[in-house]
Design a protein around this ligand. Sequence first.
Ligand SMILES: [Mg+2]
Length: 236
Amino acid sequence: MIIWFDIDNTLYSASTKISQAMGQRIHAYFVSMGLDEDEASDLHFKYYTQYGLALRGLTRHHDIDPLDFDRKCDGTLPLEELIQPNPKLRMLIEDLDRTKVRVWALTNAYKNHANRVLTILGIRDQIEGVVFCDYENPNFTCKPEPEYYHNAMKQAGISDPSKCLFIDDSKQNVVAAKKLGWGRCAHFYEAGLEAMEGGKLKTLGQNGDTAASANGVVVITDLEDLRKVWPDIFSK
Ligand SMILES: [Mg+2]
């Protein structure tokens, strides 16, 4: 089996407000393309909603360099001020029974940001591999596109989707994985906290926003809950 962890707003809490800092930078990028504030907000939200990632829309419909976008957005985040080494998270991952599960990350960010976050959290050495969005390829895929999950499995050398376990704070990402037959999916859902998605701030659990507790998806509010919902993959 392989357990796949999303990174942003999953391995650290939305309370860090990193998604807000990201959203501001992405908004500034849209404005720098010549859009006014409202047009920038609308297009940002539209692309996020349509593609799962604003940059996916930008590369499809505009002549922009994804690596330039990454440098200006994720690359300028003051992550060292927003997150710290997390010994409790490290212990959780160390307690996974490695005779049963391999541990991978599955992110919509580029490798620079992914590795930076994992390093600051103090868990990079616990993660066997990171599947990231390959911004060097202008036609890159991302979650929740089925091709992205297929590529991830190929990279990790696993062919049976039922042997994949997956945790993500995005409902659409876990639902997409479940549709592809991924064995166990957990929706990490911090109800009551604010998170920015597509440049719009939302309070999780309000205004019709719901957790994905159907079709075999479990909802967890703390990563420690994994010990309870999937006890068989922990050695202690
Ligand atoms: Mg996430």
